[in-house]
Design a protein. Structure first.
Length: 135
């Protein structure tokens, strides 16, 4: 939080919005596309031959004292790095929690710390709710 303290204390700048983005990668036993197809698309034959699947979900919700946008993104087949091939067994899950742009605030240092603590717990709860296992 040293950068935050510098911005707030030394430069006296406002911090109008906050966000926490967590990305988890998991190598599946089966191809990640098969897993997503079966678990989230109900085996719909239209998507059976898809080489990549992505699910993006936005929920406008409340997290403790904060009105937030919660993006949940699931992607199949992820590259291992620049110039490396796509690994069909890798599943990428991203949880993006951010304060809503419609309500601009000025977060002080304690509110920033509080937001991050609550966001981390909220992201873990969302991941557990979606996949039945911990992040």
């Amino acid at each position: 939080f040293r950068i935050t303290e510098l911005v707030k204390t030394d430069y006296h700048l406002p911090i109008p919005r906050m966000a926490l983005v967590l990305r988890a990668l998991s190598e599946m036993e089966i191809e990640s596309g098969v897993f997503v197809h079966d678990k989230f698309l109900g085996g719909n034959p239209f998507f059976k031959g898809a080489s990549r699947l992505e699910i993006h979900s936005l929920e406008k919700t409340r997290m403790k004292d904060y009105n937030v946008n919660r993006w949940f993104r699931i992607r199949t087949g992820v590259k291992g790095g620049v110039g490396l091939p796509v690994n069909e067994k890798v599943l990428s899950v991203e949880v993006d929690i951010n304060t809503i742009p419609e309500k601009v605030l000025d977060f002080d240092i304690e509110k920033i710390k509080d937001f991050y603590r609550n966001s981390l717990d909220f992201a873990k709860e969302n991941f557990l709710s979606c996949f039945g296992e911990s992040l």
